[in-house]
Design a protein around this ligand. Structure first.
Ligand code: 5GP
Length: 112
């Protein structure tokens, strides 16, 4: 079971900010922006965004809709949505998730 499935199952704690039948969102444990949330499909069937787009595009669209709502709730509605895909791109959890980054982000600092 992925670490995010363990959060869905309440086996490990998280600061959950949104949940419905398909998707959960919570604060990243190591925030890299004033607002740093993770949006995660409850299924761990898809390892990355490309697999999700091919297998369940409606679920991917729902993640974007949830991200938009959370950015409005937790910040000014403007946000950066990041899907790391693959180890060399910084992915460490192979259960697809989107990083919502918001709040005074610097243009030109997409990557360190
Ligand atoms: P990735 O590097 O795979 O794109 O993103 C994984 C993210 O999950 C990282 O930003 C990391 O800080 C976050 N993370 C890893 N383990 C936990 C955890 O147990 N709880 C929370 N809230 N975030 C986690």
């Amino acid at each position: 079971m992925s670490i995010f499935s363990r959060i869905v199952a309440r086996e490990i704690p998280a600061d959950i900010v949104f949940e419905n039948d398909d998707v959960i969102a919570f604060r990243d444990i190591a925030p890299q922006a004033p607002v740093h949330l993770l949006v995660v499909p409850k299924t761990e069937q898809y390892a990355n965004v490309s697999e999700l787009a091919a297998g369940d595009p409606a679920l991917l669209a729902q993640m974007v809709t949830v991200a938009n709502g959370l950015a409005a709730e937790h910040s000014n509605g403007e946000f950066r949505l990041v899907f790391n895909s693959g180890e060399s791109a910084g992915q460490t959890v192979f259960h697809v998730h989107a990083h919502i980054l918001s709040g005074q982000l610097q243009e030109g600092s997409l990557a360190e």
